[in-house]
Design a protein around this ligand. Structure first.
Ligand SMILES: NC(=O)c1ccc[n+]([C@@H]2O[C@H](COP(=O)([O-])OP(=O)(O)OC[C@H]3O[C@@H](n4cnc5c(N)ncnc54)[C@H](OP(=O)(O)O)[C@@H]3O)[C@@H](O)[C@H]2O)c1
Length: 371
């Protein structure tokens, strides 16, 4: 791969063909890291999980996550301790999962470039255009010499590229929720003028760090839009991928915070012209063809998906309908739901890991939401 030396074969014994893997999790004390820990401790192809924390190294993982439960497979370091990054470097993990904020993530991963396969949950390598990154994140795009080696890890769209990559930029939660319904529709040529996206997000999307805007009193019984349009950092990520799918239409995106812990729901409106029945068939055919055999895409037809059906699962549920007068301008509505911490972050990272190493995509991932 360009700019990075190739990572040696996977397997704890360093031999090609061995499947049991050693992995490390950066930011293991945060929300994304906690979900990664749960998934990887139960993953049948992983035999060692090294939790790394800058602020809690040397302390038991249970101090930050009492809900982790017993390590029934014996995969944690002795004493169930968080380690620091240097200890993880010595351990030579096959794969690194980085659930750190952007900026910190790329720097933390640097010693592992060319040594381990990196699954970066942050935005550090998602945008191919460096200027777009600088503008959205207010700082220079990290490691320009290896950016082109990064693959955008939207599992259902880039599986072929993920299989060959050693640096996977796991998409953001909003882009995952919006792009999965949109990409096949863009590919079918149905987006001709504009796309309007409204997305509701649970509060865990803001991470675990203490801030006034995440306080219970601020967020409970309260819903609000924020950073509309290009002000939201995920806007360029969505337009990058829509363009790759064949649409240059302007995207009007408004995210909202709603009082729930986890979950994300998007409503997408696309003006259409023509026979509604024919368009409905094109929409159905585009989605069914794009996602045939994909275990985590659940096409709901004209049923509108709800967050409670996907929270706790790695699924994206997608519904659609066409509405309006038959002889004039009408609207295609797409609806999608995900769990922001699973399909929107850690679950998709593990799905990419499964794809990268040739394990069945479903390995170690929940297909069904909580009741
Ligand atoms: N939450 C979501 O729904 C979601 C969805 C998609 C993507 N993401 C992305 O995933 C990443 C993690 O998100 P999160 O929600 O898990 O965040 P979080 O709960 O705030 O956790 C981030 C962790 O990173 C570590 N950290 C923070 N600042 C650091 C720094 N300057 N240097 C080194 N380590 C630092 C901290 O752990 P230690 O002190 O223990 O090291 C912290 O617990 C972010 O890049 C986020 O954008 C999140």
């Amino acid at each position: 791969m360009q700019g990075l030396s190739h990572v040696p074969p996977a397997g704890s014994d360093g031999q090609s063909g061995a499947t049991l893997m050693k992995v490390t999790v950066f930011g293991a004390s945060g929300y994304g890291g906690q979900v990664l820990m749960r998934l990887l401790l139960d993953h049948p192809e992983v035999d060692k999980v090294i939790p790394v924390s800058s602020t809690s190294s040397g302390k038991p993982v249970d101090e930050r996550d009492a809900g982790l439960g017993p390590d029934i497979h014996g995969k944690l370091p002795p004493g169930r301790l968080f380690l620091d990054r240097n200890e993880a470097i010595k351990d030579k993990p096959d794969a690194v999962f980085s659930a750190l904020p952007h900026g910190a993530s790329a720097d933390f991963c640097e010693p592992f470039f060319g040594q381990s396969v990196i699954f970066d949950l942050s935005a550090d390598f998602r945008l191919r255009n460096e200027e777009a990154h600088d503008k959205a994140y207010g700082s220079a795009a990290p490691f320009p010499s290896i950016r082109s080696a990064a693959v955008y890890g939207l599992s259902e769209v880039y599986a072929d590229e993920i299989r060959k990559s050693d640096l996977i930029a796991v998409p953001g939660c909003y882009p995952t929720c919006c792009l999965l319904p949109l990409i096949p529709i863009a590919g079918a040529g149905l987006i001709r003028s504009v796309v309007t996206v409204n997305t509701l997000s649970g509060i865990s999307g803001a991470g675990r760090s203490a801030k006034e805007s995440s306080l219970f009193v601020e967020r409970s019984e309260n819903s609000v839009a924020y950073n509309p349009g290009q002000r939201h950092r995920h806007h360029p990520e969505m337009t990058q991928e829509l363009k790759a799918a064949g649409s240059n239409a302007p995207l009007y995106f408004t995210p909202h915070l709603v009082p729930m812990r986890r979950g994300m729901a998007s409503t997408i409106s696309i003006p259409i012209e023509g026979d509604l029945g024919e368009i409905a068939e094109i929409v159905k055919s585009a989605l069914v063809t794009a996602y045939a055999g994909q275990p985590f895409i659940n096409l709901c037809g004209d049923s509108i998906p709800a967050t409670r059906d996907v929270v706790g699962s790695n699924r994206c549920d997608i519904g659609w309908t066409v509405e309006g007068p038959t002889d004039g301008k009408s609207m295609l509505y797409l609806f999608s739901t995900i769990d922001n911490l699973l399909k929107g972050a850690s679950g998709q990272a593990v799905q990419d890991f499964n794809i990268r190493y040739g394990f069945p995509q479903e390995t170690g991932l929940p297909l069904r939401g909580e009741v």
